[in-house]
Design a protein around this ligand. Structure first.
Ligand code: FRU
Length: 538
């Protein structure tokens, strides 16, 4: 993203009020949350601007979600870490702001861990401290064009994340002269018995190692010649994951990029490989799929493997310290896009997170690839309202129609067999009384899924919002189709082909959608599925 220099003024204002009392309304959980477009079972801040998820860590039965937050406006401004906790990843309690900007700068994105062995020495009374690792962004340095205005820093908490003390020795990694130098994610690597930090440095990531979180040594870098470089690299995540059917351990590097996404603007790509305690190296299947970037003047598009093809899943990373007995790798992303995030038509708050999703790594004909599913906790919110089954469809079928006043909160699960992929088409359409429609479907000819919000209501707030259909490549020629689609008033999350393909898009209908329609070409057979209503969490 580009940071406007004029925000220096706001920094000064912010420094003046960094010790202000917490806004009472932030701690309330029984807020109405009834504003138009407000998601009902996705995380949103009580009010004002939010971007990236930060510092996700699980400790003592609580999932922590921190986030890039500007408490004084509905557009990006001096960054704080907002804070919420949950015991089920769905019902959130808003807590006071965790980190305020200070004389070293705004608090940019980062991560948090439990320091189980008190390697940092910040623990008290035998209790492990929580440590957050974030980027300081010094606006004054940026204004003076120093190129060294971002650095990595830490803070710790001895009260389950309720209050935080910034380390007096900050920053722990100073900037060597790299303009974009941010978004640290830290993990404890058991094999090399060290903390490993990965952060974005312009067109690559840097890896550092530490024994105590305070002193860091450079390990390696990765990525200059791999993947998409249509924009600056941001918000990496690096974690081990086991391929389910073989038990083989691999490492995944998530990498957000803005702009340069497959359908424009912000998006997240990923790499699969190995990590030996020093360097991340690509899996042969990724070397083959990506091919190194042509350093010459080639017009060839850079190849990338995308985590999500939609336009509204950015800066996502995964939770730390999920207990081994649970074993999930749980992801959440910011459900927006820097192309228009500041302009979306919501008044009181801006932006939501995706639903938390479980990531798994599976062997496919193309090599190991990530699969996604919304966390199983979501099933506790759903109630079946309709089951359907068609041998085939000729024309359009109304699957369900709800009362005018109902909000559109649905989960639609569908399976079908596609005999001749080349000539197949299937489309789910959400419609309201004003004739606005949002469409999601399969285009057999190109073997891609699509999302079409061009007629879904408000689009004129940004010329970049509804340019055309958004496309998502399928991973293979599978004739068995499986769709899991989650609608929460102003968002659609499509997880298709058992989670091999993800597409997340926002839309802003003038009135809520009330009808779900289905159409399919005659060579799509054995169509069956269910529609669930999803209860709100606020
Ligand atoms: C990604 C990002 C990060 C940065 C933060 C600032 O959306 O640009 O790189 O830390 O947002 O709010």
């Amino acid at each position: 993203m580009q940071l406007p220099y004029s925000l220096l003024l706001l920094l000064l204002c912010c420094l003046a009020c960094q010790d202000r009392p917490v806004n009472e309304s932030q701690t309330k959980t029984n807020m109405s949350y009834t504003e138009q477009h407000r998601p009902q079972f996705h995380f949103t801040p009580p009010e004002k601007w939010m971007n990236d998820p930060n510092g996700m860590v699980f400790y003592e039965g609580e999932y922590h979600l921190f986030y890039q937050y500007y408490p004084d406006g509905t557009v990006w401004g001096p960054m704080h870490w907002g804070h919420a906790i949950s015991t089920d990843l769905l019902h959130w309690e808003h807590l006071p702001i965790a980190l305020y900007p200070d004389s070293l700068g705004y608090i940019f994105s980062g991560s948090a861990v439990v320091d189980w062995n008190n390697t940092s020495g910040f623990g008290v009374d035998g209790q492990p401290p929580l440590i957050s690792i974030f980027t300081y962004h010094d606006m004054e340095g940026e204004r003076q064009k120093t190129e060294t205005f971002q650095s990595q820093a830490i803070a710790y908490s001895n009260d389950k994340g309720r209050t935080w003390t910034k380390y007096e020795g900050n920053p722990v990694i100073s900037n060597p002269g790299i303009r974009d130098f941010r978004d640290p994610k830290v993990i404890w690597d058991e094999d090399s018995a060290q903390w490993v930090m990965v952060f974005a440095a312009g067109d690559h990531v840097m890896l550092y190692g530490s024994q105590n979180m305070k002193d860091w040594t450079f390990l390696s870098d990765f990525g200059r010649e791999w993947g998409s470089h249509g924009g600056v690299w941001e918000c990496p995540d690096l974690f081990p994951i086991t391929i389910e059917d073989t038990g083989e351990e691999k490492w995944v590097l998530l990498l957000s990029i803005n702009p340069g996404g497959p359908n424009g603007g912000s998006a997240t790509q990923y790499f699969v490989g190995d990590f030996d305690g020093k360097a991340f190296t690509l899996d042969p299947s990724f070397i083959e799929a990506l091919g190194p970037i042509d350093q010459g003047e080639s017009e060839e598009p850079e190849k990338a493997i995308w985590l999500d093809y939609g336009r509204d899943n950015y800066a996502g990373v995964t939770w730390s310290d999920i207990p081994k007995a649970d074993g999930r790798r749980i992801f959440i992303g910011w459900m927006s896009n820097w192309d228009y995030a500041r302009e979306v038509p919501t008044e009181k708050w801006r932006s939501a997170m995706t639903l938390p999703r479980t990531l798994s790594l599976e062997n496919t004909a193309q090599g190991p690839r990530l699969f996604q599913a919304v966390v199983s906790e979501v099933e506790g919110l759903t109630k079946e309202i309709k089951a359907f089954s068609f041998d085939q469809l000729n024309g359009e079928e109304v699957l369900t129609e709800s009362k005018k006043s109902a909000t559109s909160q649905w989960r639609i699960q569908l399976q079908a067999t596609v005999a001749d992929l080349e000539s197949a088409a299937l489309e789910i359409k959400l419609v309201n009384d004003l004739g606005e429609e949002y469409k999601i479907g399969l285009d057999g000819k190109t073997n891609r899924f699509y999302s079409d919000r061009t007629k879904a209501g408000k689009i004129s707030f940004s010329e970049k919002f509804a340019v055309g259909k958004h496309w998502a490549d399928r991973q293979g020629q599978n004739q068995q189709l499986e769709i899991d689609l989650i609608i929460d008033r102003s968002s659609a999350e499509l997880l298709a082909d058992q989670g091999a393909v993800a597409l997340t898009d926002l839309f802003f209908p003038t009135a809520d959608f009330t009808k779900i329609m289905l159409s399919a070409s005659s060579n799509v057979t054995n169509i069956k599925g269910k529609i669930y209503e999803v209860t709100g969490v606020w």
